[in-house]
Design a protein around this ligand. Structure first.
Ligand SMILES: Nc1nc2c(ncn2[C@@H]2O[C@H](COP(=O)(O)OP(=O)(O)O)[C@@H](O)[C@H]2O)c(=O)[nH]1
Ligand SMILES: [Mg+2]
Length: 192
């Protein structure tokens, strides 16, 4: 009995290291990228200022660590997004579901460019339709149709989920789905 206990103790060892993935997080200014990532890191959301360059956060989950690089979403910065795509293993695209028609169209164009970009087009995408708590928010079905995702992203691994800052459990569930997609890639035989 004692022997078994001893074995159980000494064989337990440290927990296996969690895999790390490098992700890029894009979306227009105000879509909620910094707020969502800060909440996931349990940081205070009080002092959030607009992201002008980029910021990197290590976001811990139970089975993985996501090193997320948030790129500032202002008009004059978006043209530089692609310089920071290299090395990414997945993409998080955040949009404001309650934004003006103009902004929604800009977001759609940016998402389409990202989905077609040579450095991103084979990667898994998590698309978060944020600000769902607002009365003016479009439903995820409306956004799916408006963004014309089905024809464009057919065959790609992407997840579109509604979310808001006040339901972080749902956000975490969406990230778990993304982690599953990232893990699948680990087990795939290498492609030519
Ligand atoms: N009502 C509401 N406000 C949000 C939500 N997500 C972010 N915000 C607010 O939107 C503003 C811009 O958020 P921020 O995280 O800076 O957006 P970023 O420019 O994409 O990084 C902040 O005042 C946030 O509090 C949400 O889901 N619902
Ligand atoms: Mg920001």
């Amino acid at each position: 009995m004692d022997y078994l206990c001893f074995r159980a103790l000494c064989c337990k060892g440290p927990p296996p290291p969690r895999p790390e993935y490098d992700l890029v997080c894009i979306g227009l200014t105000g879509s909620g990228k910094t707020s969502l990532l800060s909440q996931l890191c349990s940081e205070s959301a009080e002092n959030i200022v607009s992201t002008t360059g980029f910021s990197i956060k290590a976001v811990p989950f139970q089975n993985a660590i996501l090193n997320v690089k948030e790129l500032g979403g202002a008009d004059n910065i978006r043209k530089y997004w692609s310089r920071y795509y290299q090395g990414s293993q997945g993409v998080i695209f955040v949009l404001d579901s309650a934004s003006s028609e103009d902004d929604l169209e800009t977001a759609r164009n940016e998402l389409h460019s990202a989905l077609q970009h040579p450095q991103l087009c084979t990667l898994p995408f998590l698309i978060l339709a944020n600000h769902q708590d607002k009365p003016a928010a479009r439903s995820v079905q409306e956004i799916k149709k408006y963004f014309e995702l089905e024809p464009l992203a057919r065959g790609k691994r992407w997840i579109l989920k509604p979310c808001s800052l006040d339901d972080m459990e749902a956000v975490k569930d969406s990230f778990s789905l993304l982690i599953n997609l990232l893990e699948e890639r680990d087990f795939e035989p290498s492609r030519m």
